[in-house]
Ligand binder design. Structure first.
Ligand code: DHB
Ligand code: FE
Length: 291
């Protein structure tokens, strides 16, 4: 059966892609952010996942305001990106795992999550930047990607957005589905975006460190404590793009075991964003002994 080895949360700011292309990882501005990935690389070298399930939000590359699903699951064997006009490079195509995607889609629909199924889906910076951060060697043309992906899109762009509770439940459904997959795959779940940031309007540049730290503290052991906030509260406390935390809630929901934080890096700012990188361990719950 498939097992969930853990979760990774990371910011997906597009200018990170440009910094990678220009090899600026050790520049004073970038170093404190990129250092946060040393632990990610160490942990991945030990856990060796085969597949990454990636919760992210599309920013207008594959879906636009005319047609925007609340939840969409990629079901392709390859995902390409395109020039988004941000100056980030187009990434190498990333292999998908369509068989696992269809298993997740079947399980989600049976669980009353009526997702949009995408046999073709362009991935934007919310997938390509995290992938290049998490598996840096594979973004160059030297090495093949060591994982296949299943991208799962959550609408954080056009209101009404799904609630935090709904995204936590989506994650739980995905977690149960992964664990019922008959192949012996090792799966890491990734949530991208956030933390607090606002790119537009009179509050452009808004960051809320205190609220971000509360979120990072609560999401590990009591994620449901965060579901008391409405989306409106979240925009006020975390900024209009801080709602990308919905992807983190889904990632956390998919971790079905005993969850602990193995590593956390928080750095302000990267572009307009409070940047966070975390690694969560997912220990299967001890099987209860028969009486
Ligand atoms: C920035 C952050 C984002 O999440 C995004 O999608 C685009 C830009 C930024 O801070 O520049
Ligand atoms: Fe974003």
């Amino acid at each position: 059966m498939a097992t969930i080895v853990g979760g990774i949360g990371t910011t997906h700011v597009p200018s990170i892609g440009k910094a990678i292309a220009e090899k600026k990882q050790n520049d004073p501005y970038w170093k404190p952010f990129f250092k946060g990935f040393d632990y990610v690389h160490y942990w991945l070298a030990r856990t060796k996942p085969d597949v990454a399930v990636v919760f992210y939000n599309d920013h207008g590359l594959n879906f636009f305001l005319d047609k925007l699903p609340t939840f969409a699951v990629g079901a392709a064997n390859e995902y390409r990106s395109e020039d988004e006009g941000w100056g980030i490079p187009v990434s190498r195509p990333i292999p998908g795992d369509a068989a696992l995607s269809w298993h997740l889609i079947n399980a989600l629909v049976a669980d009353e999550f009526d997702v949009t199924m995408c046999q073709e889906m362009l991935i934007d910076h919310a997938v390509t930047v995290p992938m290049a951060l998490i598996w840096p060697a594979s973004n160059s043309s030297v090495k093949a990607w060591p994982v296949r992906i299943v991208p799962i899109e959550i609408n954080t762009v056009q209101h009404p957005l799904p609630t935090l509770t709904r995204c936590l439940k989506l994650g739980r459904s995905v977690g149960r589905a992964i664990e019922s997959y008959p192949q012996d795959l090792r799966v890491v779940v990734v949530g991208t975006g956030g933390l607090s940031h606002q790119l537009d309007g009179t509050r452009a540049g808004f960051i809320n460190k205190e609220f971000d730290e509360l979120c990072l503290d609560k999401i590990v052991g009591e994620p449901s404590a965060l579901t008391h906030y409405s989306i409106h509260d979240w925009v006020q406390l975390s900024g209009s793009q801080g709602v990308e935390f919905l992807n983190w809630m889904a990632m956390r929901g998919s971790l079905t075991g005993r969850v602990s934080e193995l590593n956390r890096n928080y750095h302000i700012p990267i572009s307009n964003t409070a940047a966070a990188t975390v690694v969560y361990d997912n220990q299967p719950q001890a099987v209860r002994k028969a009486a």
